[in-house]
Design a protein around this ligand. Sequence first.
Ligand code: PFF
Length: 454
Amino acid sequence: MSNSSGIERDSFSGRFAVVAAVAGSAIGLGNIWRFPYLTGENGGGAFLLVYLFFVVFVGIPVMTSEFVIGRATQRNPYGAFKKLAPGKPWYLIGIMGVAAAFMILAFYTVVAGWTLEYFYQSVAGNLSGKNDAELTQMFDGFVKNPFRPMLWFLVFMGLTAMINFSGVKNGIEKYTKILMPLLLILLIILCIRSVTLKGAAAGLTFLFRPDLSKINPQVILTALGQSFFSLSIGMGTLITYGSYIKKDENLASSASLVVASDTLIAVIAGIAIFPAVFALGGSAASGPGLVFIILPSVFQNMPLGIFFATLFFILLALAALTSTISVLEVIVAFMAEELNMARRKATIIATVSVSALGIITALSYGPLAGLKLAGKNVFELLEYLTSNIMLPLGGLFIVLFIGWFLNPELTKNELTNDGKFKGRFLPLFRFLVRYIAPVAIAAVFLYGLGIIKL
Ligand code: PFF
């Protein structure tokens, strides 16, 4: 397959490969680290309910739209908008996406580094025989350390760069196909252990019985942001991946399948964590340390605990890796195609510059903890700005573009593969991208940021 400039373009090899690669991007720390900690901080079941609403009514339309834009143009996000809307400012979405990729990589890879530390600690036997207080102390001590978080961050950045170096198809496909199913199995084992602990029922109630009085503007904005973050949408990652999808794949059904798997994994992670939190006496609102404190407790309560802990943290690291490569790919594809850089050179420049910001981020619970803006350290600031502001804003413009600007014939051709299938869902899709998704995002913005009050 070649694009207009005649360069051979990499592509995914088949249906399963597409879904696996996109699911590899979507499934990661967002599901297993971030979803539980945010659910714990934002009222449990109420958060889950709002989250599910956004996943279905905003997430699926935005993801499908990104695929359409990517596959129709065979370009990175910036180039894609330039091609579809020449002379118009839509390409700014692509620029914001590259900026968001930069910022996400700088904090996400730090957390990915935490999983490597825990993998190491588990192999070294340091996760056993500790109570909740000791595990909390261990986590706090680690993130405050002036070297280790930075070191692991750099290791992970290096791994990511190595895979992107060799290109999309060789790099990305191979890993996801085996890893995701394995991670799922391990999570299910964890769920079984967690729900059979004494006192586990309270955790299931917390997760599945929504207390609607907990819903407030902040909860809604956080749920919207998390749906974007978890699905890898709103910054053009899936425009980039969409550009590698072959012409005979069904875009809408691939998107729905990925959204369903991603959401399932998040909910399963919740089932693995909350019953244990309540049974073992932790706090649901422990923040970003939640899974790193609770899961080692669960492992201690099961046969072959060390073995499972080791396996878990390495799989989590690998799930994070299939996400970081997709984020780095946004920057690399942009630099390679728009700045005419060799792919390898682009990878190196992107990696070095992200690392500069990432090092600061890695130190933001330790030596740089005092560096704060609006009460947030560098890590929290990057996390807040990207997932609560930049991704939803990007998503808003993406659905507006598809719903109101782009010729509907083009969307129809992409979604029916030039009429090969009927596309009975098209009217529904159109309604979602024109009205429901943009109104939902805009309303949450105005409400969540305190601009309007109900
Ligand atoms: N979706 C990934 C996760 O849930 O771990 C994180 C992520 C990847 C966010 C790619 C954004 C992105 F473009």
